[in-house]
Design a protein around this ligand. Structure first.
Ligand SMILES: [Zn+2]
Length: 58
């Protein structure tokens, strides 16, 4: 899971980008799916967290 804040932003083309201040980002959402993606990111198990992957790869 991620303790950093997530947010969503509507792009000029109408798609919605979900992002997190940890550096995670997903493009091409609508408002509903972007919120769901951000929620899923924040609650994702540590095993698929980018930081956890980096630590495991060392
Ligand atoms: Zn994050």
């Amino acid at each position: 899971m991620c303790d950093t804040d997530t947010d969503i932003e509507t792009e000029i083309d109408g798609t919605v980008t979900a992002f997190c201040y940890c550096g995670w980002v997903e493009y091409g959402h609508n408002t509903e799916t972007a919120n769901a993606a951000a929620y899923a990111h924040q609650n994702a198990p540590d095993v698929i967290d980018a930081d956890a992957f980096t630590a495991a790869a060392v």
